[in-house]
Design a protein around this ligand. Structure first.
Ligand code: ADP
Ligand code: MG
Length: 837
C-alpha cells in the first residue's frame, strides 16, 4: 500500500465584491488582497490597533477573480486527487451571503468537468462514478436526491468508517447529468421551507462523488486492483452561527439556535491545529462524523474561506480569518486507496503469512534471563531517580527566580531614579511561570506567517514544555517564534506588542524607496506596522470568536533553543511586508531577507538566527548582564573570582587591550567548545568582535555567561537561560541539529566546484557519503587552532550569508556596536541595590 502523505490543509481566501445592495447602501469595502497571499484590513481608523491588519494564506482571491480562477489556481489540484485514488474535500466556510454557495457550485462543476475529461483521456481504465448529496439541518440528515423526507442514519462500518445508511447513489453519466442532479438537490432544499435563506444559512450540504477505477486489462483477473476514492464538496452553514453560539453563552443552554455541527467542526479544527494528540470529538456532531477523514485523516483537504469586504461585517470577517488561521495548521495524511480483488487479497495474505512464519523460525531473542530484566529495572530506576532530582532542582530554581522577581519588582518600585530598569528581564521570568499573557499575540502574529513558507519549514517541537494546570494538558512555550519581529512586553498589566526601538527592520524596509508604489505606501501609512499593538485587553473585550483558544499554542519551531545566548524578547519577529525589488510585489520577508536580500527563503534559512536577532540578543544580554551578575552573586558565586565583572570595568579601559583581547578570545573559544554553543552564534561573534576597544564589554559578558553555564553543566546541573532549561546534552543535540541544517545549506551556497575544493582541503574523501555533513562536522571542532577557526567562520559565514546580512545591518542601523548607555545607570543601580540589601 502506498505510504500516507502528510500535508497541511490548503487554505484559500476569497473576497467577494460589494453587492449592488451594499453599494447602494454606501457600504465601504475595508479589505483588500494586496498580493496572491495576503489580505489586508484597510480601515485603520476604527480598530487599527486591535487586530493584525494583514493575514497570509496559501492563496487569496480578490473580488474580481472568477470562480474558475479559484478552481484552477486553488482547489483543482486537491479536488482532482480523487482520480488517483486519494480522498479529497473542498469546504466553503464563511458567514451567510459571503459567497459559499456561489463558490461551491462553480467548483463542483469545474471539478466534474475535469473528471470527465480525465476519464475520456484514460480509456485504458474503467471508471465508475457515483453521486450522492445530503443535507444536515438541525442534526438531521436528509437525502437530497430522495423525495421522501425520512431521516438518514449514520453507521460505523469497520472497514469504511462512518457511512450514511441508505443514501441514494446515482451513477453519473456526464456533465449535464450532474447539472440535473444539482437542480434536484436545490429543489429538495427548498421543500417545506418558509424561508430559503434561513434554511440555507443553517444547513450544511455535502455532495459526494465516488470514483472507482481499474485497469481494463486486468478486469476480473486475479491481480486486479481498484483505486477507490471520493471527493466531497461541502457548503457549510453560515459561520456566524458558530461565533454567535459561543459569544452568547446563554444560547448554549437553550439549545435551539445552535448549530452543533458547525460548532464541533470549529472545535475540532482548533484542536487539530494545535497538533494535539488527545481525544478529538468527531462523534459530537453529524457533520464531523461524516467528514472525519477530511479532518486530519486520510484525505487531502482545501478550505475556501469566503469573506464579505464590507465594513459592517468586519467582526464576522475576522472570525472567518481566525478560523482560516487555525485550519492552515491542520495536517492530513492522505493515502492512495487501493481495493484488491479477492484473489489478489488471498495472494497478498499468503505472502504475508509466509513472511511471518519465517520470522517465527528465526526469532530475535528477547532479554530472557532474570539478570537481564534486573539490569533493565536498575537502569529504569536510575533514570527515575535522575528525573526526580532534576525535577527538584527545577522547582528550586523556579522558586528562587520567583522570589527574585518579587524582590526586584518591589525594589524597582521604590527606586525613583531607575524607572528604566523596570524592564530588566521581568517578563521573561514571568513567562517561565505559568501565566501565558502573550497567548493571543502569538497566534495573531502567527496568522501572518506566509503559510507556504510555514509548510515548508521543519517544525520541531521542543521537548521542554510546560504543564498547563488549568487545562491539565501540556502546552508549548511560546517564547520563540522566528517569524515575528515584534517584541512583546508586559506593561501595566496588559500586553502590548510593539516594534522594539532597536529593532527597526520592519520600518526600515517599509521606508526604503518605494517609488510611489501604491500598495507599499499604504502599508507605510498604516499604524499597525509601526505603532503599538495592544492585544490582550481588547481581545478579552471581543471574545466572540471561537478561535481564541487556539492562540495559546502555536508550537515553537525549536531551532532557537540551540542558541543559548538569545534572550526571550528577541525571539518574536514580525513578518514584515516589504517591497521586493525584483518582484514588483509586496512579499513577506523574514529575518534574513528583511536585511537586504529579497530572495525566497528556504526552510533551512528560516532556521538560521539572523544577524539582526543576534545583535539584538547581544544588546539585551548586555543590559541583562548586570542582572545576571547579581544573580550569580546571590547564588553564591563570586563574580569577582574570574575578574570579569563588567560593572567594575568600564568598556574600553583594559590596560593592555590587544593582549587582553587575545586572552578573552581564547577563553571564549574554549567555553564555546565546552558548552556546545551554536556555530552560527560563534561565527557572528567571532566575525563581529575583532579587537575594537568597544568590544571588550561584549566579550566579557559572553565569557562570564558561558563560564557560569559551563560550571553549572560540570556539576551535572541544568541551567536556566532566558526561562528555558538547558543541559549539556540538550545543547549538544541542538548543535548537532544545527550542523545538519548548515550541511543542507552547503549545496545552495557553494557551487559543485567550490564544494569539491573544500572537501579536498578538509581531507574528505570525494567518494565518501554525506560529505557535506562530514565537512560541517569538522567546522569549529578545534578551539586552539586560529586558522581552523578563521576558516570555519568563513565557511559558516558564507552559509548564513553573513556578508549580505552584515552590510544590510550596517546600512540599517548605521552602527558599530556601541555599548548601550544603561551600563552606567545599572552601575549605580547596583550600588543602590547593595544599599537596599
Ligand atoms: P452564502 O452561500 O455564503 O450565503 P451566496 O453564495 O449565496 O452566499 O452569495 C450571496 C450573494 O452574493 C449571491 O447573490 C451571489 O451571487 C453573490 N456573490 C457571492 N460571491 C460572489 C462573487 N465572488 N462575485 C460576484 N457575486 C458574488
Ligand atoms: Mg449558501
Amino acid at each position: 500500500m502506498a505510504a500516507a502523505r502528510e500535508e497541511k490543509i490548503l487554505v484559500l481566501v476569497r473576497l467577494r465584491p460589494l453587492s449592488d445592495k451594499e453599494v447602494v447602501a454606501n457600504e465601504v469595502a475595508d479589505w483588500e488582497c494586496i498580493n496572491e497571499n495576503t489580505i489586508l484590513y484597510r480601515n485603520t481608523l476604527r480598530e487599527g490597533s486591535t487586530f493584525p491588519s494583514a493575514y497570509t494564506f496559501d492563496r487569496v482571491f480578490r473580488g474580481d477573480c472568477s470562480t474558475e480562477q479559484v478552481y484552477q489556481e486553488g482547489a483543482k489540484e486537491i479536488a482532482l486527487s480523487v482520480v488517483n485514488g486519494i480522498n479529497s474535500s473542498i469546504f466553503a466556510y464563511g458567514q451567510t451571503s459571503s459567497g459559499k454557495t456561489y463558490t461551491m457550485d462553480g467548483i463542483t462543476e469545474y471539478t466534474v468537468a475535469d473528471i470527465f475529461d480525465y476519464i475520456n483521456r484514460h480509456e485504458e481504465r474503467a471508471f465508475v462514478l457515483k453521486f450522492s448529496a445530503i443535507e444536515i439541518y438541525n442534526e438531521v440528515i436528509r437525502d437530497l436526491l430522495s423525495s421522501d423526507n425520512t431521516q438518514l442514519r449514520l453507521r460505523d462500518d469497520p472497514e469504511r468508517g462512518t457511512i450514511v445508511e441508505k443514501v441514494t447513489e446515482e451513477s453519473l453519466k456526464d456533465l449535464n447529468h450532474l447539472k440535473e442532479l444539482l437542480a434536484i438537490c436545490e429543489a429538495q432544499r427548498r421543500i417545506g421551507e418558509t424561508s430559503l435563506n434561513e434554511r440555507s444559512s443553517r444547513s450544511h450540504q455535502i455532495i459526494r462523488l465516488t470514483i472507482e477505477s481499474s485497469a481494463r486489462e486486468f478486469l476480473g483477473k486475479e491481480n486486479s486492483t481498484t483505486l477507490a476514492a471520493s471527493v466531497n464538496f461541502i457548503d457549510l452553514a453560515g459561520s456566524e452561527r458558530a461565533s454567535q453560539a459561543l459569544s452568547t453563552g446563554t444560547r448554549l443552554k437553550e439549545g435551539c439556535h445552535i448549530n452543533r455541527s458547525l460548532l464541533t467542526l470549529s472545535t475540532i479544527v482548533r484542536k487539530l491545529s494545535k497538533g494535539r494528540q488527545g481525544h478529538i470529538n468527531y462523534r459530537d456532531s453529524k457533520l464531523t462524523r461524516v467528514l472525519q477523514p477530511c479532518l486530519g485523516g486520510n484525505a487531502r483537504t482545501a478550505i475556501i474561506c469566503t469573506l464579505s469586504p464590507s465594513r459592517s461585517h468586519v467582526e464576522q470577517t475576522r472570525n472567518t480569518l481566525l478560523f482560516a488561521c487555525c485550519a492552515k495548521e491542520v495536517t492530513t495524511k492522505a493515502q492512495v486507496n487501493v481495493v484488491m480483488s479477492d484473489k489478489a487479497l488471498v495472494k497478498h495474505l499468503q505472502r504475508e503469512l509466509a513472511r511471518l512464519e519465517s520470522e517465527l523460525r528465526s526469532p530475535v531473542p528477547p532479554p530472557s534471563t532474570n539478570s537481564d530484566y534486573a539490569a533493565l529495572l536498575r537502569k529504569k530506576d536510575l533514570q527515575i531517580e535522575k528525573l526526580e532530582k532534576e525535577n527538584r532542582e527545577l522547582t528550586k530554581q523556579r522558586d528562587l527566580a520567583q522570589s527574585r522577581v518579587k524582590d526586584l519588582l518591589s525594589m524597582i518600585r521604590s527606586d525613583q531614579d531607575s524607572g528604566q530598569l523596570a524592564r530588566i528581564n521581568y517578563h521573561s521570568n514571568q513567562r517561565a511561570g505559568d501565566t501565558w499573557e502573550d497567548d493571543y499575540s502569538e497566534s495573531e502574529s502567527s496568522c501572518l506567517a506566509a503559510s507556504n513558507q510555514f509548510d515548508a519549514r521543519v517544525r520541531k517541537f521542543d521537548p521542554i514544555h510546560c504543564y498547563d494546570r488549568e487545562r491539565g494538558s501540556h502546552r508549548y512555550p511560546l517564547n520563540n517564534h522566528e517569524d515575528h519581529s515584534i517584541h512583546n512586553g508586559v506593561s501595566g498589566g496588559r500586553l502590548t506588542l510593539r516594534l522594539n526601538g532597536d529593532d527597526v527592520a520592519g520600518q526600515e524596509t517599509m521606508s526604503s524607496p518605494l517609488n510611489g508604489h501604491r500598495e507599499a505606501n499604504h502599508i507605510q501609512e498604516g499604524p499597525e506596522l509601526s505603532g503599538s499593538w495592544s492585544c490582550r485587553a481588547d481581545v478579552m473585550g471581543t471574545i466572540s470568536s471561537p478561535y481564541m483558544e487556539h492562540i495559546a499554542s502555536t508550537p515553537p519551531n525549536g531551532f532557537e533553543k540551540s542558541f543559548p545566548g538569545r534572550p526571550d524578547s528577541y525571539q518574536m519577529k514580525f513578518p514584515s511586508l516589504s517591497y521586493g525589488p525584483d518582484s514588483g510585489m509586496l512579499s513577506r520577508n523574514d529575518s534574513l531577507s528583511s536585511l537586504g536580500s529579497a530572495s525566497i527563503q528556504t526552510s533551512e534559512d528560516e532556521q538560521i538566527t539572523s544577524i539582526h536577532t543576534f545583535v539584538a540578543g547581544l544588546k539585551k544580554q548586555l543590559a541583562n548582564g548586570q542582572g545576571t551578575g547579581l544573580e550569580a552573586g546571590e547564588s553564591g558565586r563570586s563574580i569577582r573570582d574570574d575578574g570579569l565583572d563588567p560593572m567594575c570595568e568600564a568598556p574600553g579601559t583594559p590596560v593592555d587591550w590587544p593582549l587582553e583581547f587575545e586572552r578573552l578570545r581564547r577563553e571564549i573559544l574554549k567555553v564555546w567548545q565546552a558548552c556546545h554553543v551554536s556555530l552560527v552564534h560563534r561565527t557572528y561573534f567571532f566575525l563581529l568582535f575583532k579587537g575594537d576597544r568597544t568590544d571588550s564589554i561584549y566579550m566579557e559578558v559572553e565569557l562570564r555567561r558561558l563560564t557560569f553555564l559551563k560550571e553549572t553543566f560540570s556539576k551535572g546541573n541544568q541551567a536556566v537561560e532566558d526561562g528555558r532549561t538547558v543541559t549539556l546534552a540538550s545543547s549538544e543535540r541542538a548543535l548537532s541539529r544545527e550542523r545538519q541544517t548548515l550541511s543542507k545549506l552547503m549545496r545552495k551556497r557553494f557551487s559543485e566546484e567550490e564544494r569539491q575544493k573544500l572537501y579536498q582541503k578538509w581531507g574528505i574523501d570525494l567518494n565518501s557519503k554525506q560529505r557535506r555533513l562530514q565537512l560541517v562536522n569538522q567546522l569549529w571542532s578545534n578551539d586552539k587552532d586560529i586558522n581552523h577557526i578563521t576558516e570555519s567562520a568563513t565557511i559558516v559565514a558564507k552559509l548564513i550569508r553573513f556578508v549580505e546580512q552584515g552590510r544590510a545591518l550596517n546600512e540599517m542601523l548605521g552602527l558599530r556596536f556601541i555599548p548601550p548607555r544603561p551600563l552606567r545607570r545599572s552601575f549605580s543601580w547596583k550600588n543602590s541595590m547593595t544599599s537596599l540589601i
